[in-house]
Ligand binder design. Structure first.
Ligand code: ATP
Length: 338
């Protein structure tokens, strides 16, 4: 029995959470993998109700579960996800960008993953004002850089596709911080002679993600660059509605869509739930690895092939060129699952 905590979030969060609950219930009832879902509140709604964007009961329940699924939070997102990443030490943010059929994509045959350092950089909130100047501090440490580099090389090895890691930085301008990041990655590269290693400035990477996205395998980068490049990569393969993500630590992991609360389409059954369903797929892969449980790997594979099959049949939500509602699309995925 796997205890899964589920933060339902804000905006389109509750709608895509309903989809994921239906999918998990189907897995529990029909695929023989026992799952207990614990629905939790965090984000803007929780802030209004309890005075805290991340209520204690939510955090306590997450800590007692095997993994967490998190729908996007709204304006208070920084008080939810950034805090969770820090408290749970989820240092690796994994954001795959993969081609699916029938997508409004810029190019096909893309299968890359962005491994984003999740604990440092300009995202630690160390900002202050001196007179009428605002200052932000950027921290990059050798330990965190080597830890994320190692994760990237292990990812390239496990994927066993192009066996390539691209280290993305801007060390020609940020000589100390990105210089340290690049050097740390180069040092770790020596431990993985079978994986080829290249370095790329972030501006060139942004261009190459449009020009030749199929040439990438694993991109390892710092927190802010990873955040921006992963939205770009998602758009290249078809949009944020198809983009899942994982936040991984040594003992725990949290899975969430790349996108935010998308208030513009909330409450209209217009959201594409694939981003969250594919995040659940990543969760089952991680649970499979952690617990050496082949049932989890099988469920993960089925989840991905079900989403693949549905869009291949041309059944799609509006964001990817179709006319199905969130729940109609979900039902189609479920019918392929069983
Ligand atoms: P954040 O800064 O919190 O990441 P954002 O304001 O940049 O959020 P998102 O919510 O990430 O914006 O999404 C940008 C737009 O992409 C949305 O306004 C919405 O139209 C579209 N979008 C995002 N997610 C989905 C989805 N799952 N299904 C359909 N459209 C989506």
């Amino acid at each position: 029995m796997y205890k899964i905590s589920l933060i339902t979030g804000d905006g389109i969060g509750p709608e895509i959470s309903e989809s994921v609950v239906k999918v998990l219930e189907t897995i529990n009832d029909k695929l023989g993998l026992k799952i207990e879902i614990r629905k939790l509140e965090a984000g803007d709604n929780a802030l209004v109700k309890t005075g805290k964007a991340l209520p204690e009961v939510t955090l306590d329940t997450i800590k007692k579960s095997d993994a967490c699924l998190k729908a996007p939070a709204g304006e208070s997102a920084v008080d939810v996800i950034v805090v969770l990443r820090r408290i749970l030490n989820l240092y690796a943010n994994i954001r795959p960008a993969k081609s699916y059929p029938n997508m409004p994509a810029l190019k096909d045959n893309i299968d890359l993953v962005i491994v984003r350092e999740n604990t440092e950089d300009l995202y630690t909130g160390m900002e202050f004002e001196v007179g009428n100047t605002a200052i932000a501090l950027r921290t990059i440490s050798e330990d965190a850089s080597k830890r994320i580099a190692k994760y990237a090389f292990l990812t390239a090895t496990q994927r066993n596709l192009k066996m390539k890691v691209t280290c993305v930085h801007k060390s020609n301008v940020m000589r100390k911080t990105d210089g340290l990041f690049a050097r740390s990655c180069s040092e770790v590269a020596k431990q993985f002679p079978k994986v080829s290693f290249e370095q790329m400035y972030v501006d060139a990477c942004a261009m190459n993600l449009i020009r030749q996205p199929e040439s990438f395998d694993v991109i390892v980068t710092t927190n802010l660059f990873g955040d921006i490049l992963s939205d770009e990569a998602a758009q290249v393969v078809g949009g944020l509605g198809m983009a899942p993500a994982a936040n991984i630590g040594d003992d725990f992991a949290l899975f969430e869509p790349v996108h935010g609360a998308a208030f513009d389409i909330a409450g209209k059954q217009a959201a594409n739930p694939s981003s969250f369903i594919l995040s659940a797929k990543m969760m089952f892969d991680w649970l499979g690895m952690k617990n050496n449980d082949k049932n989890c790997f099988e469920v993960a594979k089925k989840l991905e092939s079900s989403v693949y099959g549905v869009v291949k049949d041309g059944i799609k939500t509006k964001d990817i060129g179709g006319d199905k509602t969130t729940m109609e699309f979900t039902q189609q995925v479920i019918s392929k699952l069983v």
